[in-house]
Design a protein around this ligand. Structure first.
Ligand code: AMP
Length: 283
């Protein structure tokens, strides 16, 4: 049975009982609308820890004023059924009031890693993420916490935040789960019309093609990203926030691939913003 927990006090009591038995704990933070990407994080946690807690919290502070907070898909019963089938021990689904009681006034910001990519396009987003994940880690005190490489910048920001704040947790990155046509699974894919869904695969195709060519020709970053823009425009993406090649460690853009790097993109199909990234393998 997957226990449903609503309060910090109940979460701490559950965790304390497990700790008394010497059990290890993995945490899988999500915003719900669970898909196989989330379940892959849960499977990794189950493999590494005795107990796994998934969290479901649509965090208002990480959405911008023009973003899709109100429309974000919510179906807790369906999510719980999936966690149950995946043998997850607990679902922690606090209310907004439990997470942000009256008087709440603290924000965690991470500098540098948020200068590029989604940072400038989603002001306040990473502060919202870093703040809520700090709280979840301090509430649950897991041994390990699991985050998807699909949101690679988020993974890096959280790893930095946990290290800087001396939160005793291991942040584990999990490879992106993709559909047959390589579109990364995302809760937001369900917003896509059938026509847009058919065009969406141009995004991972473009990233994989660029990553392949840059592994052989590391100096061709400008040419390849310009090509990428044309690919997405031809596929019907209406706005491209960025296509950028960044160093994996610093997330600073690079014109020449010398250290481990990734190609990152964010672009809009209809009213849906898709993000993805692809590792550039060594030639
Ligand atoms: P979200 O519910 O979209 O905030 O995502 C919760 C966690 O699941 C984050 O760590 C995401 O990076 C991760 N995630 C989302 N989509 C995928 C995917 N396709 N493959 C692996 N992890 C994912």
């Amino acid at each position: 049975m997957t226990a449903v927990i609503r309060t910090v006090a109940d979460l701490r009591a559950t965790v304390a009982a497990w700790r008394r038995n010497g059990e290890t704990i993995g945490l899988v933070p999500t915003m719900g609308a669970l898909h196989d990407g989330h379940l892959s994080l849960a499977a990794h946690s189950r493999a590494d820890n005795k107990r796994t807690i998934a969290t479901l919290f649509v965090n208002p502070t990480q959405f911008g004023p023009k973003e899709d907070l109100a429309a974000y898909p919510r179906d807790e019963a369906a999510d719980l059924a999936k966690l149950q089938a995946a043998n997850v021990d607990a679902l922690y689904a606090p209310s907004v009031g439990e997470m942000y009681p009256q008087g709440f006034a603290t924000t965690v910001t991470v500098a540098g890693l948020t200068d590029h990519l989604d940072g400038p396009h989603r002001p306040g987003h990473f502060a919202g993420v870093a703040t809520v994940v700090s709280k979840l880690l301090l509430q649950a005190t897991p041994d390990r916490a699991y985050f998807g490489e699909k949101d690679f910048q988020q993974l890096r920001v959280i790893r930095r935040m946990a290290a800087d704040l001396d939160i005793p947790v291991r942040i584990v990155g999990v490879p992106t789960v993709r559909e047959a046509d390589r579109l990364a699974l995302s809760s937001r894919n369900r917003y896509l019309s059938a026509e847009d869904r058919a065009h969406a695969a141009a995004l991972p195709r473009m990233l994989a093609d660029i990553a392949g060519r840059l592994s052989r020709e590391p100096g061709a970053v400008a040419r390849e990203t310009a090509w990428g823009f044309r690919q997405l425009e031809d596929a019907g993406f209406r706005k491209i926030d960025y296509i950028e090649v960044c160093d994996e460690a610093t997330l600073q853009p690079t014109r020449q691939v010398t250290a481990p790097s990734r190609v990152f993109a964010a672009a809009w199909l209809g009213r849906t913003r898709l993000i993805d990234n692809w590792e550039i393998g060594a030639a």
